[in-house]
Ligand binder design. Structure first.
Ligand SMILES: C[S@@+](CC[C@H](N)C(=O)[O-])C[C@H]1O[C@@H](n2cnc3c(N)ncnc32)[C@H](O)[C@@H]1O
Length: 258
């Protein structure tokens, strides 16, 4: 897919919010429009990235040494292969050409990490990709990461069915990590999330918020690990005794395939 600098892209907007340089004016304008509706969006994005790091460290502690990062984004500080234990194998998968090009240049010379341009909804293409076959041993547990990506998969594409297809492909002892924009039907989520998701859907890409029970439903066939599906800052905080962090409209969780 050629890069189109006239259309905003979720990967480049995310990079902009994280302070990266891989974005165009059209991305920055779209990012600012959504942030005007939901001023906490940059906080959510940074909290999401910090959650990704905590989740990968938890999986490393559980013995996971290979990761499939679906919707991995434009490489930024603390990519999975940098946070995982040395010698871990990581495959980054993204549908966005800019994200894939940057990942490829970052990973040049890293034999234990690879990058695939694919749509995660096309599970056979992802699982059959040569870099996935080269790096991931499906007879051993895998950490499947779907971090801030499933809200780009609308209900008509059956996100639960897609997750289940990955679950069925991985060995017992594998983990699924999810973070997901929280719907305001959830009694504690801020209503501004709905308006921001509408604006994002109109100007960038269809965006589906989901409730806590819908996000928990994505873990069918996995056993949720502590603390279950919670708001992003509540998941295994680095400083559990510290100030309670601000509640942000992003739900997260991790589960183990028994
Ligand atoms: C918000 S970024 C999240 C990046 C990273 N996972 C993180 O949490 O820091 C979402 C990424 O998912 C990618 N994406 C969206 N839909 C996708 C799909 N169907 N298949 C693969 N990647 C997708 C976008 O291109 C973007 O890079």
């Amino acid at each position: 897919m050629p890069i189109d600098p006239t259309r905003p892209s979720p990967a480049r907007i995310y990079d902009y919010h994280l302070g990266g340089a891989h974005n165009y004016a059209v991305d920055r304008r779209a990012a600012e429009r959504v942030t005007a509706i939901m001023p906490e969006l940059p906080l959510i994005i940074r909290a999401n990235r910090a959650f990704l790091h905590r989740a990968v460290r938890s999986l490393v502690d559980a013995g996971i040494r290979q990761f499939l990062d679906l919707g991995s984004g434009i490489p930024t500080v603390g990519n999975v292969h940098q946070v995982a234990a040395p010698g871990s194998r990581v495959v980054y998968v993204d549908v966005d050409s800019v994200a894939v090009a940057h990942a490829q240049s970052l990973l040049a010379g890293h034999d234990d990490a690879g990058v695939v341009r694919a749509d995660l909804r096309d599970v056979p293409s992802v699982l059959g990709a040569p870099e996935v076959r080269r790096l991931i041993d499906f007879a051993r547990p895998v950490g499947v990461l779907m971090v801030a990506v499933l809200h780009f998969v609308p209900d008509r594409d059956d996100p639960a069915g897609i997750v289940a297809a990955y679950r069925d492909a991985v060995a017992p002892g594998s983990y699924l990590v999810v973070s997901h924009g929280a719907a305001s039907e959830d009694e504690r989520a801020p209503v501004t999330a709905d308006a921001a998701a509408d604006a994002y859907s109109r100007s960038v890409s269809e965006f589906t918020l989901r409730t806590r029970s819908q996000v928990a439903g994505l873990f069918a066939g996995f056993e949720l690990i502590d603390p279950g599906v919670v708001y992003v800052n509540e998941w295994r905080p680095d400083d559990p005794g510290g100030e309670p962090a601000r509640r942000l409209a992003q739900l997260v969780g991790a589960g183990r395939k028994p």
